[in-house]
Design a protein around this ligand. Structure first.
Ligand code: HEM
Length: 129
């Protein structure tokens, strides 16, 4: 029961981490809205992203322990400092004050996050030894 709960939290965390700001970023790109104050709202989504990532990590650690600490989870541990740095950079970007610079830098960060997320999803779904 607790395992299933942790799994559900892990999946909700994935949505909160990967979905919210990605959606907001695509909306900014597609809509052409360039009002700087929108970054205040965007920053709040980054905080939700942090909480989601924390929930993912804690639920993941719990499941990892329950599964007997399988090695296929190691890539997530190896990538966590990189993800943490990315989150810090993401948050700092909300202070740049120029929407064009923000979107330009976000393009690179978004590509980076997409690659990291695809790799980790592959790792967790296929569980290579
Ligand atoms: C330190 C961080 C993490 C740990 C310790 C961790 C650990 C785990 C564990 C133990 C499972 C359970 C697998 C099962 O019962 O089948 C799991 C599932 C999963 N994790 Fe993570 N995880 C972490 C971060 C992430 C991240 C960052 C992502 C996405 C980018 C992710 C995506 C997934 C997915 C999609 C599943 C479901 C796989 C399936 O059952 O098919 N995890 N994770």
């Amino acid at each position: 029961m607790l395992y299933e709960l942790a799994f559900a939290i892990h999946m909700l965390g994935l949505i909160g981490w990967g979905g919210l700001t990605t959606g907001a970023y695509y909306l900014l790109e597609a809509s052409g809205v360039r009002e700087r104050k929108i970054l205040l709202g965007y920053r709040k989504l980054v905080y939700v992203e942090w909480v989601s990532l924390l929930a993912m990590t804690l639920s993941g650690l719990y499941m990892w322990d329950r599964l007997g600490m399988p090695p296929w989870v190691y890539p997530a541990f190896a990538l966590s400092p990189v993800i943490a740095l990315g989150e810090y950079y993401h948050w700092r970007l909300t202070y740049v004050g120029d929407m064009d610079i923000f979107l330009k830098r976000m393009r690179i960060l978004s590509l980076f996050y997409t690659l990291v997320a695809l790799f980790l999803i592959y790792d967790m779904v296929f569980k290579p030894a």
